[in-house]
Design a protein around this ligand. Sequence first.
Ligand code: GDP
Length: 422
Amino acid sequence: AKEKEHINVAIIGHVDHGKSTLIGRLLYEAGQIPPHIIEQYRKEAEQKGKATFEFAWVMDRLKEERERGVTIDVAHRKIETNKYIVTIIDCPGHRDFIKNMITGTSQADAAILVVDVAECVQPQTKEHVFLARTLGINQIIVAMNKMDRVNYDQKKFEECKEKVAKLLKLVGYKIEEVPFIPVSAYYGDNVYKRSDKMPWYNGPTIFEAFDMLKPPVKLIDKPLRIPIQDVYSIKGVGTVPVGRVESGVLRVGDKVIFEPPGVVGEVKSIEMHHEPLQEAKPGDNIGFNVRGVSKKDIRRGDVTGHLDNPPTVAKDFTAQIIVLQHPTAITVGYTPVVHAHTAQVACRFVELQKKIDPRTGAVKEENPQFLKTGDAAIVKLEPTRPMVIERVKDIPPLGRFAVRDMGMTIAAGMVIDVTPRK
Ligand code: GDP
């Protein structure tokens, strides 16, 4: 049988609109909670004299993990459809919500926007849609959630749908291609199973909508790039960097370089989900053992590439940004932290080149003195320490970034050009 393609889907939306409930419902009904765990819970429930209530247990567990701030093991959040292995990327809800959302969505091929029909478009709904678009997520599924709260009423659905459609159109989504699905994550309507409470709806369920997504663009023919998430030193094995292959192919025996430090090593082995691999492709989350590199030579934020086509270390870079929120104004000299792939580096705004219309790209003002909330602009940034970043055109996942300051996301951007450090 042909191997199924992998696709990463981020869950976005305003707090309390039902993101984690939807994830729990999907995993549970798609049978992705291991049977032995369900069995264990069933026994516990029996002992306590309770009726079996597995879904509630799944929810409690997800909640517990979130509250502990655990990045939930991605391996446990996969759903197999007819066409895809779907990995659900969660964007936890408490501290640093937006930052996590950015690291999540920067790897996403599509997004599910969860909207509580009763509350409809809220501030984070707007912000996330803006970010998703800027970060290059071109496919979106809208889960119009909590339909049970409006008695599964079609009119309520249509009213809110219109508002969400307007928002999506504004940032440039092709609305004809976006499924709007009336669901109740809590009761399971139109999530995995078709609901009999909304006979007026004949579109796909969330589960079915996954198979309508276009497969992600393969980055397999691009140069190798693996942003490092962590580095381990394992007894009897050696140095093991861990990260997701964003582009290119890594093979056992390859000579690799880590930038910015510029250290070089040879790949002795590759592992994914505790299984050895001969080669790793875009989308694979791997650990790989490199000879010739010590744990202290490299760190999170460095990027692995092949020796003959190393990752670009930027002297400066030109980017298109959207200012999401800034209490006053951005001027030349402002130095917030740029989050790109797994790196976080303070970067200085050295030029404000032009203000542009975010939808059409038309120039509104040359060399503006400042930028304010809502502005889109072309700017030049200079990292305060060496940093790898690529043109979004060349290697999309390494060309997107978020600008953070004062505990919030100031702007999101895409790299148009890079001046390499000599
Ligand atoms: P998140 O912050 O977006 O992850 O939202 P949660 O999944 O934690 O849900 C927030 C609240 O809304 C919880 O109390 C859920 O039980 C409730 N909720 C989620 N989905 C539904 C739904 O479909 N119907 C109803 N009535 N409540 C829901």
